[in-house]
Design a protein around this ligand. Structure first.
Ligand SMILES: Nc1ccn([C@@H]2O[C@H](COP(=O)(O)OP(=O)(O)OP(=O)(O)O)[C@@H](O)[C@H]2O)c(=O)n1
Ligand SMILES: C[C@](O)(CO)[C@H](O)COP(=O)(O)O
Length: 230
């Protein structure tokens, strides 16, 4: 099937403030990165994962992730870059060079460690059905304002047309490669693809796929586990 998942995991986790790279922070004893990779493999759609690891922790990441791979698959680990987009680009280059017959590429934040495997399946299946770019999204629950640089409200966008964007984001391999070779900048990979004029379609995300960014998010993640849904 040729599905490879890139996992940017090289962030420092400064907003979490745990004193170690966020991907290695344990929740109930299991690092976020390990949970994220397990979810990808449990989807049944992914055999190869390429992790962009914190440069200081590449060997440790190799040790903890190697046993996670299913038969016939592998977890590849390399040093990530200065920005998330650099980490994704490095992982993509590695995947295209080292993993045979890559047709679909997922990009999945290690920080979205509790993403249900069903979301992974839905994204992969939509790409395999012919969509070049697919992202999981949620509706916006709050009223949203645009403000000017002084914080004065400019207007109130129609929130029925707004979505919160999660990962994994799925792409056909050629589309993602073109996006990362474009020299453009965006805060997510779909943002690069959009700017190439390629249509990006949405599937339903899940609240458990939240990005663990702050200590509050970590507390929510721990509560999810206690509640048995994480
Ligand atoms: N140079 C970077 C920066 C981020 N990431 C990854 O991109 C994902 C989303 O980034 P974010 O949640 O913002 O993580 P951090 O950059 O670690 O957060 P902070 O800004 O608080 O340091 C994370 O899995 C993170 O590890 C990465 O691979 N390489
Ligand atoms: C890719 C992403 O998780 C989609 O919501 C998000 O854009 C990552 O942003 P960050 O600022 O690099 O955490």
């Amino acid at each position: 099937m040729g599905v490879v998942a890139l996992v940017p995991a090289a962030g420092r986790g400064e907003r979490l403030g745990f004193g170690m790279p966020k991907a290695l922070v344990p929740v109930a004893g299991v690092p976020l990165l390990v949970r994220a990779i397990r979810g990808l493999f449990e989807s049944g759609r992914v055999r190869h994962v390429v992790v962009a690891a914190p440069p200081s922790d590449v060997d440790q990441v190799r040790t903890v992730t190697a046993p996670l791979a299913p038969a016939g698959g592998a977890v590849h680990v390399l040093a990530g870059g200065a920005e998330r987009s650099d980490s994704v680009r490095l992982a993509l280059e590695h995947a295209l060079a080292e993993v045979p017959d890559v047709r679909v590429v997922l990009v999945h934040d290690a920080a979205r460690a509790f993403t249900p495997p069903a979301v992974v399946r839905d994204v992969v299946d939509a790409v395999l059905a012919g969509h070049p770019a697919v992202i999981p999204v949620l509706p916006v629950a709050d009223t949203v304002k645009r403000v000017d640089p002084k914080g004065v409200v400019v207007d109130t966008p129609d929130r029925s047309l707004l979505r919160v964007v999660q990962t994994p984001q799925g792409f056909d391999a050629a589309t993602l490669r073109a996006a990362h070779e474009s020299g453009l900048h965006a805060t997510d990979d779909a943002g690069l693809v959009e700017r190439l004029g390629v249509p990006v379609v949405t599937v339903a995300g899940h609240q458990d796929a939240m990005k663990v960014t702050t200590p509050f998010d970590l507390a929510v993640a721990e509560a999810l586990l206690v509640g048995g849904t994480g």
